[in-house]
Structures are given as structure tokens and as C-alpha cells.
Design a protein around this ligand. Structure first.
Ligand code: ADP
Ligand code: ZN
Length: 290
């Protein structure tokens, strides 16, 4: 089975051809400009490949309500050229194949659940900490959508008194994304996160905010495993700090075999940063089976 996968991001579009085993046979990356410039390039990549279905894991917010007139649209994104863009409709029309559609992070959690470190679990979450923060959720074996889809990057946190940085989220002064995404680290400390590796206070604070968010996700969603990905998590020293602070904040309230074993509860992505594109493959497969 030959499937197409598109991981649509704010800076780049990753296009891949793969199969039902999650194997990626070919992959290209195309910069995200306006739909007029970018979409024809994406379509010409997929058109020659004789795919049976396409899966799109997309930056958001997006409309996932199949009964809505704007199902398959990118909706209120701050990327103005993509606002109200009918991405599913366009690819369906141009390629003539079923098109599966979900958020980028639901794609990643699906990839990890199908082929990665969350295989066999019924509930898990994936959090990306990169240019933004997003949370993909599987509960009882199904991707969580609800009213639209979770926007777990914008949950409100307790800002530490010594932190004088103004959030970079234009909507919230103390949301997870505004305080802890890559650009927030950069804005707070005046340097790219990559170059702050040796500054202990940077990662202490970052781990505190990540841990606060994870405690909230654990309490609300009851995942069996929490998977962390995104550029900021390339700071490998973060993981141990996050586990330590998570334990402190939860303060013994939840006692399960999973929580007793934090090394296997809070983990890094396991698919070599291919979880998103592999999840998009699976979205295409699921649409084909519908
Ligand atoms: P995106 O979120 O745009 O898909 P990434 O997940 O790669 O992309 O996240 C990019 C962000 O991650 C940037 O803010 C960058 O500064 C940060 N980042 C990338 N690599 C590292 C690193 N090794 N250490 C710390 N931060 C990093
Ligand atoms: Zn916010």
C-alpha cells in the first residue's frame, strides 16, 4: 500500500511517501510560504506517486468537525495567508484520494502509539516543545477531539515570582507556550536556547514550567505515558529535571505503577523525530479504511 503523508508546519511542509508498516520511502521538505506558492509544489510532489490516500497532520487551529461546513479548514491561525484555508478540500480535489486530517501533535501521538514508545497503551499524550507548545492526546485508544481539538499548549501555569519575562503568547501572560516554548527561552535569556546549555538556571526554570504542565495533563487526562518532543527537548539534561519536579509537584497524590516508575512514564519521543510524519501516514491509512 502506497500512502502519502504531509506534516504541515508553520515554517516547513514535510511530504513523504510510505507504506502501512510506517516505512518512509521518500521524504522532502518544502518551506511554508503562502498557499498560492506552496500548495502547488506539494501537489506536484504527491501527484506523480500514485498514492492511495493522504494523511495531513497540520498546524492549527483547524476544523475537525466532520459535520461542519468548514471541516478540513485551517481556521484562526496567526499565519494570515493560511486563515480559513480549505486544505483537505484542496488535496482531495487535486489528488482524488481520501484525505485524513488532524493536528500536528495528534499526528505525533498517533505515530508513537502505532509504531513507537506508546504501542499497546490505551491512553497517552505527546507534547511538543519547540517554536510553540502543542499536546496530542489518545484516550481509550482514540485521538481526542472534543469540541475542536485540545489546545494544551495554552494551559495557564503558575508563573514563578523571580521570572520577570513577559510571555510571548499574544493571548496569555502565563500560558505554557508563552513561558516555555523555544522563543520564550530566547526572549527571557537573550540568546538562542541552543547556546544556553551550560546555564543551570535556564533549565531549572524551564523544567519547572514543563513539570507544572505535565502534572495538569496527568491529573486531567490520566495518560499511561507522557512523551516529550520538539527542539527544546534536545536539551537532554531537561528530562531528569522534569521528572524530579513533576514528582515534587504531584506530591504523592497519584499512586499508580506508572507514576512509581517515572523513567518509563515521562519519556522522550522514540521515532527519531519522524513521529509526526509517520502519524500522518497512519491518518491516511485510517481514512482509507473508513
Ligand atoms: P517547530 O516547533 O517549529 O516545528 P522545533 O521543534 O525544532 O520546530 O523547535 C524549534 C525551537 O526549538 C526553536 O525555538 C529553537 O530555539 C529550539 N531548539 C532547537 N534545537 C534546540 C536545542 N538543541 N536546544 C534547545 N532549544 C532548541
Ligand atoms: Zn497562550
Amino acid at each position: 500500500m502506497i500512502l502519502g503523508a504531509l506534516e504541515a508546519g508553520g515554517t516547513k511542509m514535510v511530504c513523504a511517501i510510505g507504506n502501512e508498516k510506517g516505512e518512509i520511502l521518500e521524504q522532502v521538505s518544502i518551506p511554508t510560504e503562502t498557499p498560492d506558492i506552496t500548495v502547488p509544489k506539494l501537489i506536484s510532489f504527491f501527484r506523480e506517486k500514485r498514492i492511495e490516500a493522504l494523511g495531513i497532520a497540520c498546524f492549527g487551529p483547524i476544523d475537525l468537525d466532520r459535520s461542519s461546513e468548514t471541516y478540513g479548514y485551517i481556521t484562526t491561525t496567526p499565519k494570515l495567508a493560511w486563515q480559513n484555508y480549505n486544505i483537505v478540500g484542496t488535496f482531495k480535489k487535486e489528488l482524488g484520494v481520501p484525505v485524513g486530517f488532524d493536528t500536528d501533535v495528534n499526528g505525533s501521538v498517533l505515530g508513537e502509539h502505532t509504531w513507537g514508545i506508546a504501542k499497546g497503551l490505551h491512553s497517552c499524550i505527546y507534547i511538543t516543545i519547540g517554536t510553540g507548545v502543542g499536546v496530542g492526546v489518545i484516550v481509550d485508544g482514540r485521538l481526542l477531539h472534543g469540541m475542536m481539538h485540545p489546545e494544551g499548549g495554552h494551559i495557564l501555569l503558575h508563573k514563578l515570582p523571580q521570572d520577570t519575562y513577559e510571555s510571548f503568547c499574544p493571548f496569555h501572560k502565563n500560558c505554557m507556550e508563552g513561558l516555555a516554548a523555544g522563543p520564550a527561552i530566547e526572549g527571557r535569556w537573550g540568546q538562542k536556547a541552543f547556546y544556553l546549555m551550560d546555564r543551570e538556571e535556564v533549565w531549572e526554570l524551564e523544567a519547572e514550567y514543563i513539570a507544572q504542565a505535565l502534572v495538569n495533563y496527568t491529573l486531567l487526562l490520566s495518560p499511561q505515558r507522557i512523551i516529550l518532543g520538539g527542539g527544546v527537548m534536545h536539551q537532554t539534561q531537561l528530562l531528569a529535571l522534569v521528572r524530579e519536579k513533576f514528582k515534587k509537584l504531584l506530591n504523592g497524590y497519584v499512586k499508580t505503577k506508572e507514576i512509581e516508575d517515572l523513567e518509563n512514564y515521562i519519556v522522550l519521543q522514540s521515532l527519531d523525530d519522524k513521529q509526526g510524519i509517520m502519524g500522518a501516514l497512519k491518518l491516511g491509512m485510517m481514512e482509507l479504511e473508513k
